[in-house]
Each structure stands twice: as C-alpha cells, then as structure tokens.
Design a protein around this ligand. Sequence first.
Ligand SMILES: C[S@@+](CC[C@H](N)C(=O)[O-])C[C@H]1O[C@@H](n2cnc3c(N)ncnc32)[C@H](O)[C@@H]1O
Length: 186
Amino acid sequence: MLDLPSLAALSIVAVLCLSLLVFQIVTGVPPMPSSESEAADVVALLKQASLPQQAVVYELGSGWGSLVIALAKAFPDAQIRGIEMSPLPYWVARLRTRNIANVSLRRANFYVCDLQDAHAVTCYLMIKPMPKLAALLDGMLKPGTAVVSLTFWFRGREVAASRQGPGLRGAAALYFWPAHKAGEGT
Ligand SMILES: C[S@@+](CC[C@H](N)C(=O)[O-])C[C@H]1O[C@@H](n2cnc3c(N)ncnc32)[C@H](O)[C@@H]1O
C-alpha cells in the first residue's frame, strides 16, 4: 500500500504525463526538442538574415526551451519570446530560462497571439500545421520578416537559404516572408 504523500506525488506525475498526451493531440505536434546542431543551424540562418541588434524573435511552440536558450545566447541584445501551449514543457522552459534576461515565455496558442512586432519567427512543428501557420504569418508579419522553420518547410514558398545538418536529422530553411515565388500571389 502507498502512503498518502507517495500517492499524491504519483498522481501529479500521472496528470503531467497525461497533459503531454492531451496537448500533443490538441496541437498535433509532439514536444520534441531541437538538438544542439539543429538549434545551431537555426541560429546560423538567422545570422544570415541580418536582424537588427535589438530584434524581436518569436519562437512558436517553444517546448522545453532548447531553441529559445540557443537563440538568447546567440543574440544577447534581441528579445526572444517563446510561445508554448503545453503546460509541462512550458513550466520546464520557465525554470530553464529563469536567469536569462532576454527570454520571455508565454503559455498560449500562437494562432491567437499578436506577432506584428516580429523581426524574426522560428518554428519546429509538423507537416499538418504548416499551411495554417503560413496563412497566419501572411496576415501578421511585416514584409521581409525572417522566418526559419526546422525540418518542416512551407510548401510553395521560396527558400532564401537552408542548412542540412549531419545524419538523418531535419534541415532548416530561411524565408523572407511572404516568400512568394516570382509570378505567384502578392
Ligand atoms: C517539436 S516541439 C519544438 C520545441 C522547440 N521549438 C524546440 O525546438 O526545442 C513543438 C512544440 O510546439 C508546441 N505547439 C504546437 N502547436 C502550438 C500552438 N498552436 N500554440 C502553442 N504551442 C504549440 C507543442 O506543444 C510542442 O511543444
């Protein structure tokens, strides 16, 4: 038989694990963190984009905080704003970034967030949300805003630069939004 404190601890762990599953079903995206080399590729592409020194960078679906931490280190004068819906990764990221002055995290659905002051946007999602995200960015971003997507690319948009890391891991792509191909859309 478990004593009361052990039962309470076990219940909390079970609820947190269940929340991971529930939010993965809701968003359609698992909370898979980017690796160090993937984050390094995102950073390298953003360096190519010549952001202003005090750039505002949104990390859409910031998960456990791996990419926001890499971005904050690489761009110490920029404001890195992570948005994450799933509570467990969000709170772990809050803990990991508590001493990083240029990171702020928000627990929210990024589809209902205001991104208009972005100089850059990063994401590491899945195939399914990419068209909906493209439509959101079309209505939200200033022309020329840098967008870097890891592994899952925007269909039909012009890639300005890309980086393919080692092994089977995904490649990262840089776009200057809205990144319409010549002769297509406006
Ligand atoms: C593959 S993880 C990437 C984590 C992080 N960007 C990184 O590179 O380490 C994707 C995250 O996006 C979050 N997510 C997906 N859709 C979202 C939405 N609409 N609003 C907020 N977060 C979302 C998921 O909960 C998940 O934690």
